[in-house]
Design a protein around this ligand. Structure first.
Ligand code: NCD
Length: 362
């Protein structure tokens, strides 16, 4: 098995810092990197729509002198014939040196990494995680704020299904002095695992509110998100919640002068276009930073692919429980071995190793 990046916490803080430095060096000296991936191929396996992430990976590989192959919708892949993620990963390993996978089911890239013989990058799995967006976000924050420490960040919108939020909170929880403000309708609150297994063990103070305007003045960073329509089991619930928050130029008057506004994009209408003219709006810089961070990550993983790694132990695991999350890859691929790892011994809380769904067992 090769080193893969499925979760942002697969990278240590030192590795993230090194990726940030490489990305900044690429920005300053692109010519040094123009042939680094000559003769290498990146496969982009996108089972779910994407503009930025897929094209960003492809542009990244091209700017490194490599080639790309892949598909951009599930219907044009053998998944539509019922092929398993494991088989797709084994097949693609015969064609490509590295692969980036986006999938609507949580845990699909993890399954691919277990079965591929080349590195796998999670390019977004369901409502679960999106580590390379986090790398883009961290570089944006570093360039605009000069540091990743002592920042108060407000996450606003769909914190339940917004995978970019889950990964960025996990990453920022490891930096000194991070404070988090969670701004969402109650129905779209942050999943419990991000609170109890990321923020609380790291001692990150957080507050929860439904009110954007009253939270704004204390924020160094406002991270807006789209309400994730495609993940709602009930379309009427989406209609009810879709316009929960709209950031306008008028509301921005309440924000600090040196605050920044981020958004992973696509935006629907949660940031009015008038805000784009505000110097504090950074969402298009995030797009640019994403390409450079993906270049740095591709270089790192191709380098580490020269050696095999031993798969990580998952600690105490139970295999006698079924995951109840309908958006977990195990719901679609029933031959996968169900596995739950112990995350809280005192309260006997286990989480699905694929999607992090919680169960409490006796
Ligand atoms: C995000 C995603 O796909 O999770 N977009 C992205 O990758 N830049 C956010 C979203 O779709 O709302």
């Amino acid at each position: 098995m090769k080193r893969s990046v499925i979760d942002i916490l697969d990278l240590s803080t030192a590795e993230i810092d090194a990726l940030l430095s490489t990305a900044e060096d690429i920005m300053d000296h692109p010519e040094k990197y123009a042939e680094k991936c000559h003769g290498k191929k990146l496969a982009t396996l996108f089972f779910e729509p994407s503009t930025r992430t897929r094209l960003s990976f492809e542009a990244a590989m091209m700017e490194l002198g490599g080639n790309v192959l892949g598909f951009s919708e599930a219907s044009s892949s053998s998944a539509s014939k019922g092929e398993s993620m494991a088989d797709t990963a084994k097949v693609l390993s015969c064609y490509a040196d590295i692969m980036a996978i986006r999938h609507p089911m949580a845990g699909a890239p993890f399954v691919a990494a277990q079965n591929a013989s080349v590195p796998v990058i999670n390019a977004g799995d369901g409502g679960h995680a999106h580590p390379t967006q986090t790398l883009a976000d961290l570089l944006t924050i570093k360039r605009k704020k000069g540091t990743l420490e002592n920042l108060t960040i407000g996450f606003c919108g769909d914190l339940k299904y917004g995978r970019t939020v889950h990964s960025l909170i996990a990453a920022l929880s490891r930096y000194k002095g991070t404070k988090v403000v969670l701004i969402s309708p109650k129905e779209l609150a942050l999943p419990s695992y991000v609170k109890y297994e990321n923020m609380e063990p790291a001692g990150v103070p957080y507050t929860e509110t439904t009110d954007l305007e009253s939270a704004l003045p204390e924020l160094d960073i406002l991270y807006m998100t789209r309400i994730q329509r495609e993940r709602f089991p009930d379309p009427y619930e989406y209609e009810r919640l879709k316009d929960s928050y709209i950031l306008t130029a008028e509301k921005m008057e309440r924000a600090k002068d040196d605050a920044i506004v981020m958004h992973p994009l696509p935006r629907v209408n949660e940031i009015s276009v008038a805000v784009d003219k505000d110097d504090r709006a950074c969402y298009f810089l995030q797009v640019l930073c994403g390409k450079f961070m993906r270049m740095a990550l591709i270089l790192k993983l191709l380098e580490s692919a020269k050696e095999d790694i031993v798969p990580a132990e998952n600690g105490i695991v139970r295999e006698d429980v079924m995951c109840k999350n309908p958006a977990c890859i195990t719901a679609k691929e029933q031959e996968l071995v169900q596995k739950f790892r112990l995350v809280n011994a005192e309260n006997k809380i286990y989480r699905c190793i694929y999607c992090e769904e919680k169960v409490q067992l006796s």
